[in-house]
Design a protein around this ligand. Structure first.
Ligand SMILES: [Zn+2]
Ligand SMILES: [Zn+2]
Length: 441
C-alpha cells in the first residue's frame, strides 16, 4: 500500500490521507476516481492498463508501479499490483539514515537555519518530496537526499531526473552517500562520508565529507607552472583552474550550502560532466577567469576524459558567459579580495539607496541595481583591462594597485548594498558582473 498515487491521465499526485486528495480545486475527486477504477475492474481491464500508479518511492525511483484502489474499514487504500513494488516500501529507513536526517537538521539549526524531514513542496498540481530540506539564507533551499550503502543499486534510479526537477523548482539538490561507487556517479553533486554506524553519525563530533568538495587552484600558464597547459603543449599565458579534492566537515557543508558560501558547480571534460561543490569565492573567481578568457578553454572538449585529463580537468562551468569581450592574454591572475557572506539576519538600519554618478548603462533600471555599483564595476574592469595593455614592470605594479583598489571598492559597495537591501551578496555580485560585462559598452 501507499498513500500517494500518480494519476497518469490527469498527471497529478493524489494524497489518500487527505479528504480532498490534496486537490481542493477538484471536488469529488475520490468518488470519481474510485468509481472509474471499480468500473474498469468489472470490465476486466488489467490494472497495468488503468490510470493509477504508485506516486511514492516507486515513482521517485522511476518505476511505473500499477495500483488499484479499495476501501477497507472505511479507509481509502491504494494497492500495488506487483509484490516487488510493494516490497520497495517495506524496506525500513536505516538507523544511519535517520541519524543523518537528525544531524542535518541539528547542524542547520546551529547555523541559524530551519528545516524539516520528508518535506513536501508543491509544484503545480504535483509536488516534490525531499528527504531533508534546509531553508537557507535569502530563500535558498537545500534538498538533502541521503543514499546509504544499506540500500540496493535500484534506489539510485532516476537520480538525475529527481535532482533536475528539484533544481528546476528552486531546491538545490545535495545527495550524500557512504558508498564510493555512488559518489563517483556524475548524475548529481554527490558528497560522501566513510561508512559509519548510526551512533557515530548521531554524535556531535567531527563527521567528514571525504569526496565531493573541491578547492580550485588557480595558476598561471607559463614555463614555471607545475601543470601542463590544458589546451596543448605550449604555454598559453592564460590563467587556468585545477580542482583539488578537499575534505570538509559535514556540519559545515550543511551550514555553508544554506548560507550560499558553498555552491554546486559543473563542467564538461571530454564526454563527462563533472559535478561537485566549491566555495562561492572559488566559483566567483572561476567565473571571473572565464569572463576574461578568449574561449580557448573549450578546445579540449573533444578529447576523451582519460589519463591526465581526468585528474586535471579543464574547468568549464555550464553557466559560462555566453558573450565575452576578447581582451589580450591576461598575464595576471584575478586576485579580488574575498568578502564574508551577508548575514542571514540583517540588523543594520536600511540606508537610502545611492544614485551617485551617471550611468553608462541604460539597462540598469530594469535590473534594479544602483548605478553607483555599475560605475564602480566598470571602473574595476577598466583598470584590469589597462593592466593587460601595460608591459613596463613598474607601470604594471602601479596599475595593479589601481585595479586592486577599484576591485576592493566595488566589493565594499556590493556588500553594503546587499546588507541594506537584505539580498544575497554573492548573487548581487554575479548579477552586477553579468550586467556590466555582457552589455555592449
Ligand atoms: Zn510503490
Ligand atoms: Zn594554458
Amino acid at each position: 500500500m501507499a498513500n500517494v498515487v500518480w494519476h497518469k491521465k490527469l498527471q497529478i499526485l493524489l494524497d489518500l490521507i487527505r479528504d480532498d486528495l490534496d486537490h481542493p480545486e477538484l471536488p469529488d475527486l475520490w468518488d470519481t476516481i474510485y468509481r472509474t477504477d471499480r468500473f474498469y475492474g468489472r470490465l476486466g481491464v488489467p490494472v497495468t492498463e488503468r490510470d493509477l500508479q504508485c506516486g511514492g518511492v516507486c515513482r521517485d525511483m522511476g518505476v511505473e508501479a500499477p495500483m488499484h484502489l479499495r476501501m477497507r474499514g472505511g479507509r481509502r487504500e491504494a494497492v500495488h499490483e506487483r509484490r516487488e513494488d510493494e516490497e520497495r516500501h517495506t524496506a525500513p529507513m536505516s538507523d544511519e539514515h535517520k541519524a543523518y536526517q537528525e544531524r542535518i537538521l541539528r547542524a542547520a539549526e546551529e547555523g541559524g537555519f530551519s528545516g524539516g524531514s520528508e518535506v513536501r513542496t508543491r509544484v503545480g498540481r504535483s509536488w516534490i518530496q525531499t528527504d531533508t530540506l534546509v531553508e537557507g539564507a535569502d530563500g535558498r533551499r537545500i534538498g538533502w537526499e541521503v543514499q546509504l550503502s544499506t540500500i540496493d543499486q535500484s534506489g539510485l534510479r532516476g537520480v538525475r531526473a529527481r535532482a533536475a526537477k528539484a533544481a528546476k523548482n528552486g531546491i538545490t539538490p545535495a545527495w550524500h552517500t557512504d558508498r564510493a561507487a555512488y559518489a563517483q556517479r556524475n548524475d548529481t553533486h554527490w558528497t560522501r562520508s566513510d561508512h559509519l554506524p548510526a551512533y557515530v553519525i548521531a554524535r556531535t563530533g567531527d563527521l567528514r565529507i571525504v569526496s565531493g568538495f573541491r578547492a580550485l587552484e588557480f595558476w598561471h600558464c607559463d614555463t614555471r607552472s607545475l601543470y601542463p597547459c590544458p589546451h596543448g603543449v605550449r604555454r598559453c599565458g592564460k590563467a587556468h583552474a585545477t580542482p583539488k579534492p578537499r575534505d570538509v566537515l559535514f556540519d559545515d557543508m550543511v551550514r555553508q550550502t544554506a548560507a550560499g558560501t558553498i555552491v554546486p558547480i559543473q563542467f564538461r571534460a571530454g564526454t563527462t560532466v563533472h559535478r561537485y561543490w566549491v566555495t562561492s569565492a572559488d566559483h566567483d573567481r572561476l567565473e571571473n577567469l572565464h569572463s576574461n578568457d578568449t574561449g580557448l578553454l573549450h578546445e579540449r572538449e573533444a578529447t576523451p576524459a582519460s589519463g591526465a585529463s581526468r585528474n586535471r580537468p579543464t574547468c568549464q562551468p555550464a553557466a559560462a558567459p555566453s558573450t565575452v569581450d576578447a581582451p589580450p592574454p591576461q598575464p595576471d591572475l584575478p586576485a579580488l579580495p574575498v568578502q564574508p557572506p551577508a548575514p542571514a539576519i540583517e540588523t543594520a538600519p536600511a540606508a537610502a539607496e545611492q544614485h551617485a554618478g551617471r550611468s553608462r548603462q541604460p539597462a540598469h533600471s530594469t535590473t534594479g541595481l544602483p548605478s553607483e555599483l555599475i560605475t564602480l564595476q566598470q571602473a574595476a574592469d577598466d583598470a584590469q583591462l589597462q593592466l593587460q595593455h601595460l608591459h613596463d614592470h613598474h607601470e604594471r605594479d602601479l596599475q595593479r594597485q589601481v585595479w586592486r583598489d577599484a576591485a576592493a571598492a566595488v566589493q565594499d559597495a556590493v556588500t553594503h548594498y546587499a546588507r541594506t537591501k537584505r539580498l544575497n551578496r554573492y548573487e548581487v555580485e554575479v548579477r552586477l558582473r553579468r550586467l556590466v560585462r555582457h552589455t555592449a559598452r
